[in-house]
Design a protein around this ligand. Structure first.
Ligand code: AMP
Ligand code: GLY
Length: 479
């Protein structure tokens, strides 16, 4: 099927003139913010977008178009003559929107449903990683309860065990993972998961059980086109709701980049031993991956271990990564969408595995609604937004609406990401905190320790962090 979508003056050097971004959260706001500041980009359409995204220069939102409806998205792309569609969240990937657009000849940045499965099936991710020789935590997937309970016992009682992780298989919006300190907690999590299933034995794995790894986490996201990868700098998310990594897991309460204990020079090696083998394995299986491949890493004393793959930019990682890029995003996403990432990078003078960055570090402090993550309250009036922007921060809206009185109100769990820049992570943190301090609403929740534990000079271009030893960067098969 072809639609006759006629490209504007898009080419690898200048990039797309008209881009359609799918989604309406904080990550998509950062993508739109980034694209709309590029001179070659003339229009950024967003479906469904949000009131705040619609305030960006060149942006036009289509609130009536669902990002999950392939026919509606294709209709919009055709009608508006878009050069490139960029998919933000995972749900449109799982809904097959990329397959539909690609079949219709619309250049689309985002993997097909078959390739995006690496995000929503933890079992598939482990299978691909094992075949690619990429190291993951020791673990297995299960269809029925009894052997799952036995394996959890085996892991929990292994010498040196630090606990067991129970991962539901499927698209769980970041809520399918339970980190268990001991066997009792693991058995509890398994019983609760299996009791929530419909009657009858499922055909697919329902749970992955892994040994619990201990270490700091980092996200390494690369732009990919079937066989090639170009990484953004690393970022560190803060997944727990409360300071000191306490409380429930969330979508992410803040992030920073660079990550001083994961120097960018060594990230290139990780692209070689993680992203490229996974891309090759997906292609070998007939599911080549074009889009953002997100490697969630645990930096263990034995070296980095892959703990998850996502098929998109992270949120709130995108909010700290995109403002740091020293090259325009549009030509790279356009190149990747067409299997031409290397040529697009070459046109921009980018060589090697890493995208060049500005000298700035970035820190995002997420402000969340009352009762997040359970039942976030909507409708609370937000004050201090203009004051915070005057303080020099960039504010990305994740869950807000603007009323007729022009007041923004909460409309989701994570509401805002307040991003500060600075020559060190500490300076960026100070900027983000000072701006976040000016924003409030009834029941607002935030962490106060995002990027708080780093030494003062960490993350500056001249700093010499304590890197993980090169010898630790060897690959080993998942088992
Ligand atoms: P995921 O949904 O796979 O990203 O997992 C969510 C969070 O669970 C991760 O960010 C980690 O904090 C934690 N996690 C996942 N797998 C492991 C593991 N094998 N060991 C320790 N923590 C894990
Ligand atoms: N920040 C974690 C994620 O985007 O999955």
């Amino acid at each position: 099927m072809t639609t006759g979508v006629a490209p504007h003056d898009a080419d690898a050097a200048t990039g797309p003139a008209c881009v359609l971004v799918l989604g309406g959260g904080g990550r998509e706001h950062a993508i739109v913010w980034s694209l709309s500041r590029e001179t070659a980009v003339q229009q950024v359409l967003v479906a469904p977008g949000s009131d705040a995204i619609g305030e960006e220069p060149k942006a036009r939102c289509f609130p009536g178009v669902s990002a999950l409806d392939p026919a509606a998205v294709l209709d919009l792309a055709t009608r508006e003559n878009v050069d490139l569609v960029v998919v933000g969240p995972e749900a449109p990937l799982a809904a097959g929107v990329v397959d539909y657009l690609t079949d219709a000849g619309v250049p689309t940045f985002g993997p097909t449903r078959a390739a995006a499965r690496i995000e929503w099936s933890k079992a598939f991710c482990r299978e691909v990683a094992a075949a690619a020789g990429v190291r993951m935590a020791r673990g297995r997937d299960f269809v029925v309860l009894e052997p799952a309970l036995d394996f959890a016992r085996e892991l929990a009682e292994a010498p040196g065990s630090r606990g067991v992780v129970i991962k539901a298989d499927g698209l769980m919006a970041g809520k399918g993972v339970t980190v268990c300190d001991d066997l009792m907690a693991a058995h509890g999590a398994l019983l609760s998961l299996f009791s929530s299933l419909p009657e009858g034995e499922p055909a697919q794995p329902v749970v992955v059980i892994e040994e619990r790894l201990i270490g700091a986490e980092a996200s390494l996201i690369a732009l990919c086109d079937d066989h090639g990868a170009l990484a953004l700098p690393p970022a560190r998310d803060h997944k727990r709701l409360l300071d000191e990594d306490r409380g429930p897991n969330t979508g992410g309460m803040g992030a920073y980049s660079p990550v001083p204990d994961l120097p960018e020079s060594l990230c290139a090696t990780l692209v070689d031993v993680i992203h490229l083998p996974i891309l090759a394995e997906l292609a070998r299986r007939g599911a080549p991956f074009r889009g953002a491949l997100y490697a969630g890493l645990m930096l263990t004393p034995e070296g980095p271990v892959l703990i998850e793959c996502n098929a998109r930019f992270g949120d709130p990682e995108a909010q700290v990564l995109l403002p740091r890029l020293a090259v325009p995003l549009g030509p790279l996403l356009y190149g990747a969408a067409q299997g031409d990432l290397a040529a697009a990078a070459g046109e921009l003078g980018v060589h090697g595995r890493m995208l060049p960055t500005t000298g700035d570090a970035a820190v995002a402090v997420v402000l969340a609604a009352a009762n997040y993550p359970d039942t976030p309250r909507k409708g609370d009036a937000i004050s201090g937004l203009e004051d915070a922007a005057r303080a020099g921060a960039t504010i990305f809206h994740a869950g807000t609406t603007r009323g007729q009185d022009f007041t923004y109100r909460t409309n989701g769990g994570r509401v805002l990401a307040v991003v500060g820049l600075g020559t060190t992570v500490r300076a960026a943190r100070d900027a983000a905190e000072a701006a976040a301090d000016r924003i409030s609403w009834s029941g607002m929740q935030r962490r106060r320790d995002i990027a708080a534990k780093l030494p003062p000079g960490a993350g500056s271009a001249g700093a010499s962090p304590e890197p993980i030893s090169e010898s630790a960067w060897t690959k080993g098969a998942a088992s």
